[in-house]
Design a protein around this ligand. Structure first.
Ligand code: ARG
Length: 663
């Protein structure tokens, strides 16, 4: 049952009958934040009052008069300036939930009141999409975990979902490892640990490229800025002799700002020089620096040769790629993330020339300073689809990818789960795709913020490199194991075998990382903290898993046969306020999933699960279950427990998180 959708439908009808076109504010019906204001609240009288130039309270009254909700709600109440507060009728709530608890009509114990969408759509979800040849790092968590949760929720609602991992398997990073292989490879290491060796090669080349870029480009650019700023400051000194005190004050301020900038620039320069000195003094790296002075261009040349079909580079790529893919697959296995397709960038290589040709032919792209560009309205920079040297770009591949996906799957929507730094790319891509003629398809950049360390800066290792994903997962599991063992050892008689402890730790550790990521509003940055994510209290996976195990333990304790419990069709009893509150929370599962699917935000679901677990906790404190007053009450409460456990497990499952039976 989707109560929210039903209420909105009824509001829409009432709104339309009041004023044609007013239905658009029906979405202002929402679950209320505070039970004081009922179960749902509608704020639409306020904007409507403004539009019609009438007191909102009057409008609210008229709306309430037209609203047909008597079967579902108590008589609506109008509060404050014109809020409409709705309280679900107890008998209606009881009947709905009695149905869901047993699911007798639907025959699917997994349905849990979830209403399948009325308009099934085809979604392509582009997520995870790491650049392989370098190990996966902390930055890849968000796209992988958010994308996977969205796939699961959309599928659960009855949509057709095609997940496609757009692997970066054709970019400069391969030019880098090819160069590294040709100059620094240790054949022994390649044979025994290909991925480790490739990652070492990648890092070595990266250091060299970085050093030369710092020396030849970054440092001179900063030096130039310093000279210019110093010259400007010099002129400003004269300005301080101005007569008008106001002007003098302004000039003073400007001078201080510039002096501040100069200090910053000098600090940056020092920093760069220190980095270079460290590289020069490094016993391994130092001697290589001068031998590989042209490494930047050489790497690009290796990449270009690969793209042009050079047999040696192609053979190296063929040799390296399987190891790279096997390594990311290990991570996906551990995360229980799967893809329907993994069509990497290389898959589109042969289509790129055709895409550029077509866009030029149709006058959508043209040459500019040797490059081929799409010029979009209001953009400072064009969307470049072929470089001066003939190379294609990330943008070109993305255009070919859209073309392929449209032809292959005719999706209604393509969803890209990619970090916020690529927003401009996607804005330009989407505009170009529309000009190209794919007007009907919904294109969404589901963007997300950065994972930060406790110091508030992007999460890095002490040496400044990105934190590897495998190590991150290992550490979470290790810490979870300690918690599992401590808890179990604190029991009079420990319950868990060594194997169970390990498997629980894996579920709890990985769950903690996933949940912490999903529980944050995806557009914000968040601070990665093992302590917070593994806390047993608060909005964490561990708390949800604990809540689940706690509910389930009742069935063991009472020796209850869940199957026959579910067959009972006696009406539930929701007499205690915390029974009613739990029932209402259980009923709101379906509408929560719909909200996740509407704005692609899994944090609606985590917030919901937290609410549900809290409602259960209050119920558990106030309402004895095994020691209920009579059999009927006991049976009713047990069925509420069962539905709570199933809803928690299902909700976590839709986030890609597994439950544990004992914690
Ligand atoms: N490989 C890219 C990166 O790591 C992300 C790809 C996202 N998907 C896409 N179709 N552009 O930045």
């Amino acid at each position: 049952m989707n109560v929210l959708a039903d209420l909105r439908r009824r509001f829409r009808a009432a709104l339309e009958s009041l004023d044609a076109g007013a239905g658009e504010v029906a979405d202002m019906v929402l679950p209320s934040k505070d039970p004081k204001f009922g179960d749902y609240q509608a704020n639409c009288a306020m904007p409507l009052g403004k539009r019609l130039g009438r007191p909102p309270r009057e409008i609210a009254q008229e709306l309430v008069d037209r609203l047909e909700v008597a079967d579902l709600c108590e008589p609506p109440e109008i509060a404050g300036p014109g809020f409409i507060n709705l309280r679900i009728r107890d008998d209606w709530l009881r009947d709905q939930l009695t149905q869901i608890v047993g699911d007798p009509n639907q025959g699917d114990p997994d349905r849990l009141g979830i209403v399948p969408t009325e308009e099934p759509k085809t979604y392509v979800l582009d997520f995870s999409s790491p650049n392989v040849a370098k190990p996966m790092h902390v930055g890849h968590i968000r796209s992988t975990v958010i994308g996977d949760a969205l796939c699961r929720v959309l599928r659960q609602l009855g949509h057709r979902v095609i997940s496609d991992n757009h692997i970066g398997d054709w970019g400069t990073q391969f030019g880098m490892i090819i160069y590294g292989y040709k100059h620094f490879a240790d054949p022994q290491a390649i044979a025994t640990d290909a991925v480790g060796e490739l990652s070492r090669l990648y890092q070595r080349v990266n250091q060299l490229v970085d050093y030369h870029a710092t020396r030849e480009q970054k440092t001179p650019a900063i030096e130039q800025q310093i000279v210019e700023l110093a010259a400007r400051l010099e002129q400003m000194h004269d300005a301080t002799e101005l007569e008008n005190p106001k002007d003098r004050k302004k000039a003073d301020k400007r001078q201080r700002q510039s002096e501040g900038q100069l200090v910053d620039l000098r600090a940056t320069l020092d920093n760069l020089r220190n980095q270079m000195a460290a590289a020069e003094n490094d016993p391994e790296l130092g001697p290589l620096l001068s031998q590989h002075a042209d490494i930047g261009t050489a790497v690009l040349a290796e990449t270009a040769a690969l793209h042009a079909g050079d047999p040696t580079n192609q053979a190296l790529w063929d040799q390296f790629l399987p190891a790279c893919l096997a390594s990311i697959d290990e991570t996906y296995d551990r995360l229980h993330v799967t893809f329907d397709h993994s069509l990497g960038e290389s898959f589109y290589h042969d289509r790129l020339a055709g895409v550029v040709e077509e866009l030029v032919e149709r006058d959508l792209a043209r040459e500019s300073e040797g490059a081929i560009c799409v010029f979009l309205e209001n953009d400072d920079a064009p969307f470049i689809i072929r470089k001066k040297d003939g190379a294609f770009l990330y943008a070109t591949t993305d255009l070919a990818t859209v073309q392929y996906r449209m032809a292959e799957w005719t999706p209604d929507a393509i969803i890209y789960v990619v970090d916020h730094r690529q927003s401009f790319h996607f804005k330009q891509l989407f505009e170009t795709v529309k000009l190209w003629g794919y007007e009907g398809v919904q294109l969404e950049h589901v963007s997300f913020g950065t994972v930060l360390g406790e110091d508030g800066r992007p999460y890095k290792t002490r040496s400044g490199t990105a934190v590897g994903l495998t190590g991150l997962l290992d550490e979470a599991v290790e810490r979870a194991l300690k918690i599992v063992c401590d808890n179990d050892n604190a029991r009079d008689v420990p319950l868990l075998s060594e194997e169970q402890r390990q498997s629980n730790a894996e579920r709890i550790g990985i769950g903690a990382i996933k949940y912490a990521d999903l529980a944050h509003n995806r557009t914000s940055d968040y601070v990665f903290s093992y302590d917070k994510m593994l806390a047993m209290n608060g909005n964490t996976a561990a708390y949800m898993q604990y809540s689940y195990a706690r509910v389930r333990s009742i069935f063991g304790k009472g020796d209850i046969d869940v199957d026959s419990l579910r067959k009972s069709d006696a009406k539930l009893q929701l007499d205690h306020p915390s029974e009613r509150a739990l029932a209402l929370a259980l009923l709101q599962f379906s509408e929560t999933l719909e909200r996740v699917a509407t704005d692609f935000r899994p944090n609606h679901l985590t917030a919901y699960l937290f609410e549900l677990a809290s409602a259960y906790s209050r119920f558990f404190e106030n309402c004895p279950v095994l020691k209920a007053e009579d059999d009927q009450q006991r049976n009713s409460r047990l069925r509420l427990c069962d539905l709570t456990a199933r809803t928690l497990a299902k909700g976590l499952d839709l986030l890609g998180i597994q439950v544990v039976e004992r914690m």
